[in-house]
Design a protein around this ligand. Structure first.
Ligand SMILES: [Zn+2]
Length: 220
């Protein structure tokens, strides 16, 4: 795990001092950025507490920069584009969130329709690209920078993820409400929680309380 997995909310302030939105301090929990896009949804299985970290297009830019799919200069350019065309930016945010949810549905629910949509999104994501050498490897290079660029790049990462040979390590947090996902590369293949200090501690405390309750040491 490359980054300390602590979620901290922060306020993004605009130039005029007004709050534009609330976003997360994004962290690497999943072991691959395509999984950590899924993890922008917290408490997936608890409708009352479910929270989507992609609250607006600026949050998507922040996430994309944190996971190095776009550069700081591209963020600046796209924030300007977002200011010029906030409606299209919102549409792109919704499209990206839908791609994220389809990726979850194909990986963890094996839904054919979601798989088809990811395939369609991938064809769109490479349509405006050139394949160029980059050192010893090759990479897709976008011909234009548009509001769709963050989505195109993460969709390409999704399909790249699907071609790994360790998908048998794909797993999901055992917390009943959490829903975060990750690749379990722990030595004994026994990772149970997305973040031990969050879901692990909460579940251990609950289990301790229930044991105490059963033994009559606590009431209620
Ligand atoms: Zn969890």
């Amino acid at each position: 795990m490359g980054v300390l997995p602590v979620m901290i909310c922060q306020i993004i302030a605009g130039d005029d001092g007004l709050t534009l939105g609330v976003t997360m301090d994004w962290t690497d929990i999943g072991g691959h950025l395509a999984l950590d896009l899924i993890n922008t949804v917290e408490m997936r299985f608890d409708p009352g507490r479910r929270k989507d970290g992609l609250v607006d297009f600026v949050a998507l830019l922040d996430w994309s920069q944190t996971f190095h799919t776009i550069t700081a200069n591209e963020v600046s350019a796209l924030r300007h584009t977002c200011d010029v065309d906030p409606v299209e930016a919102q549409v792109e945010l919704v499209r990206t969130a839908a791609a994220r949810d389809d990726f979850y549905a194909m990986l963890f629910e094996r839904k054919p329709a979601a798989t088809q949509r990811i395939a369609d999104l991938y064809r769109e994501a490479v349509a405006g690209c050139e394949l160029r050498p980059s050192g010893d490897a090759w990479e897709w290079v976008d011909s234009d920078l548009t509001l769709a660029t963050p989505r195109h790049r993460v969709v390409r990462q999704m399909v790249g993820f699907l071609q790994r040979d360790d998908l048998d390590h794909l797993d999901q947090c055992e917390d009943a409400r959490c829903g975060r996902v990750y690749l379990d590369h722990s030595p004994r293949r026994n990772r149970r929680w997305c973040v031990s200090s969050e879901c692990g501690d909460r579940n251990r405390s609950r289990a301790y309380y229930q044991r105490q309750k059963r033994s009559g040491r606590v009431s209620g």
